[in-house]
Design a protein around this ligand. Sequence first.
Ligand code: HEM
Ligand SMILES: *[C@@H]1O[C@H](CO)[C@@H](O)[C@H](O)[C@H]1NC(C)=O
Ligand SMILES: *[C@@H]1O[C@H](CO)[C@@H](O)[C@H](O)[C@H]1NC(C)=O
Length: 361
Amino acid sequence: MSFKAIFALVSLAVAASAAPPRQVECSAGRVVSNAACCQWFDVLDDIQENLFDGSECGEDAHESLRLTFHDAIGFSPMLFREGKFGGGGADGSIMAFAQIETAFHANIGVDEIVEEQRPFALKHQVSFGDFIQFAGAVGVSNCAGGPRLQFLAGRSNISQPSPDLLVPEPSDLTDTIFARMGDAGFSPNEIVDLLASHSVAAQDKVDPTIPGTPFDSTPSSFDAQFFVETLLKGVLFPGNGSNVGEVLSPLKGEFRLFSDNEIARDPRTACEWQSFITDHDSMVTKFETVMVKLATLGHNPLDLIDCSEVIPVPKAVTLPPAILPAGKSLGDIQAACAATPFPRLGTAPGPATTIAPVPPA
Ligand code: HEM
Ligand SMILES: *[C@@H]1O[C@H](CO)[C@@H](O)[C@H](O)[C@H]1NC(C)=O
Ligand SMILES: *[C@@H]1O[C@H](CO)[C@@H](O)[C@H](O)[C@H]1NC(C)=O
């Protein structure tokens, strides 16, 4: 046998032994590639039943997704460069130091989900940082058309309180939001990708008189209605008039944030925004990609263990194409992408409807 042939055989043998990932059997016959991931199946079963009320994409799933952001974005390389503590990113500090961080103005309302989640993290003895990212990933997997997010485990449970003023406010100008998010490593288009999260969202605290008011007509679907409806001309306030961080919305019962309104129309982000209206696959893929970055802010991903296998595969559903709500026409759209014409969309039949609030969990 020639040296070349022996070399080829040896390479084959190495490839064969390296190729199939190690398989570890967890309880209930579920299989993972790293034994450290098994405990997350127990967390999964518990939170699907007892936090998300039977795998729903309801208020607790929405709030859990929001919390992934409010924990992680407490991370500022700029502060570190100035010789200050810039926060630990996705480190669970918002739960460990809830007294401090949930009192920050931009974190208004997150105390509720922090306190709902805490007993689960304590019971399963997982770090607060891991738990917050895990719960957000599981919660959004319950939403129709939702993403399957990566989940890496192994964040330290030791953290320090995040400095204040790192979480964007809905009343911030786009320049302010782009600068803050840029500091944390996100481009303007990646902010749009992150805002796909607002397709499964409602507000409680910007106008506290109307809790549960959704940002689009389909708050339990991770669909593109949010990207259409934010481009409609605003005509009304769903509640008791204008609040800080709120602008006119197009539909009764729907809420629009000032920041979403601005980012949808900013020349730097309008084309990314509009592109999702006819491309749900790209909306999901880009959200999955940008969430990899968000969930590991402040960490070296190589230090963590990939337990993505535990995250449920979202149910296969065919979402209807994005549509103009009943009573609206293309003339109500404030298209803002100079490069691409606004897509042709169907219009929902019938008289204008009122969007129902998201019921409290
Ligand atoms: C540009 C930055 C952002 C701003 C200014 C912003 C602002 C807000 C505001 C004001 C609310 C309503 C809170 C309330 O009154 O209850 C909200 C809700 C929400 N946000 Fe954001 N957000 C931003 C980015 C994000 C990101 C990056 C995510 C996740 C990846 C996210 C996920 C959510 C979700 C899921 C809700 C709904 C919570 C619920 O229904 O209870 N947001 N956001
Ligand atoms: C994480 O830290 C909190 C205190 O902030 C503590 O109560 C909890 O038991 C810790 N969890 C683990 C798994 O060490
Ligand atoms: C709405 O605003 C009016 C006037 O400011 C006030 O009298 C009323 O109580 C408010 N309603 C609610 C539901 O907050």
